[in-house]
Design a protein around this ligand. Structure first.
Ligand code: TXA
Ligand code: MG
Length: 337
């Protein structure tokens, strides 16, 4: 069957107190091997029964995701985590401090986990989301839920149900619309199967918070703040809007925007506070908050809005090179690749 031939049902749910009837229907879809997009505290996930290999296979088809990219398993609590992963003393300390929440742990997997979830590898990534809708869905389904972000592969992650529908309408059975997601950036991914643990993706739980619990961790080159932002084309494109995106310090960014607009481009600008533009020239300017967590919550919605506005170039004011901006800079770096 062609993946675009499914009727996608959209069910609105109360983000704080999701309606039991809607959750029961969504859980039924999961149990029958279907795909349900649902809100978490980070971004919307595209969920399938993690223990059903063919259901997980459908995630890859719907997203156009390469089969070598493993998927995070979402659990209701630590008891459910024990069904898919082997807990360690170190993992216990992190779970006690950060779960439910936006910290994903990579651990040795159990045999019940299909190869499709782990891309054939010996480890599995697990997290317990801190969102009433996600929690209710996982509990009602009675199975752990495998869920990547609910976007087409390489595109921007969804922070609203409308973003999910732009990419996946006709390819999945259901979307639970619980409104905008609060954190707005994907979870921190920490590999605790190695010694010392290794940061694979910076996110809402910071390195500093993790190190306060378990001591020093390793950062991969791609997740350090001192790693230079590469020139376009150097990294695999990911989390990216349609239009080419460049990151520049404020004054340089303004000059670049005016130069691009003067040469006839329709330009989008993402800046902290109101940018001082000489002339308007159809520039679509989006003002962002100067606090990193509030900026993170709105970044993807800003990039989706610029895609929708049909701009052909995007310039983003480069945020400060400090640890609190690590996750935002990581996503901007990938978006500009
Ligand atoms: O906040 C989030 O993490 C969201 C929500 C839906 O929970 N999910 C998400 O999933 O961002 P995804 O698939 O877009 O990103 C998962 C990341 C990928 O970079 C993947 O390579 C990595 O986690 N990952 C998954 N399993 C892994 C494993 N066993 N070992 C190493 N990395 C893994
Ligand atoms: Mg993703």
């Amino acid at each position: 069957m062609h993946p675009e031939s499914i009727a996608t049902e959209v069910l609105k749910v109360d983000a704080d107190a999701p309606e039991a009837a809607a959750i029961a229907r969504a859980a039924g879809v999961i149990r029958r091997g279907g795909l349900v997009a649902f809100p978490t505290e980070t971004v919307y996930g595209l969920g399938a029964d993690a223990l059903n290999a063919s259901a997980v296979g459908r995630i890859f088809t719907a997203k156009g995701r390469p089969a070598n990219n493993p998927i995070i398993v979402h659990v209701a609590d630590v008891t459910e985590m024990d069904r898919v992963a082997q807990r360690t003393a170190l993992a216990n300390r992190l779970v006690e401090r950060f779960w439910p929440g936006p910290l994903t742990l990579v651990l040795s997997k159990r045999e019940s986990v299909p190869d499709a979830v782990t891309a054939g590898g010996p480890t599995v990534a697990v997290r317990a989301p801190d969102h009433p809708v996600a929690h209710a869905l996982i509990s009602a389904a009675g199975v752990p839920i495998a869920a990547p972000s609910a976007n087409r592969s390489t595109e921007i992650s969804p922070t609203r149900a409308e973003h999910v529908l732009k990419g996946l309408r006709g390819r999945i059975e259901m979307v639970l619309d619980g409104g905008p997601t609060p954190a707005g950036l994907e979870s921190t991914v920490l590999d605790v199967s190695t010694d010392p643990p290794r940061l694979l993706r910076p996110g809402p739980v910071s390195v500093e918070e993790i190190e306060a619990v378990i001591g020093p961790i390793m950062r991969t080159a791609a997740t350090r703040t001192d790693a230079p932002l590469p020139s376009p084309g150097m990294l695999p494109r990911h989390y990216a809007p349609r239009a080419p995106l460049e990151c520049l310090p404020y004054a340089e960014g303004i000059r670049r925007v005016e130069e691009l607009a003067a040469s006839g481009s329709r330009v989008g600008l993402v800046a902290m506070g109101a940018p001082a533009l000489a002339e308007d020239r159809g520039i679509v300017a989006i003002e962002m908050p100067a606090a990193p967590d509030r900026y993170a919550a709105r970044l993807y919605a800003a990039l989706h809005a610029l895609d929708d506005a049909g701009v052909d170039r995007i310039v983003v004011e480069l945020p400060p090179d400090t640890d609190e901006w690590l996750a935002v800079r990581d996503r901007l770096r990938r978006a500009s690749a």
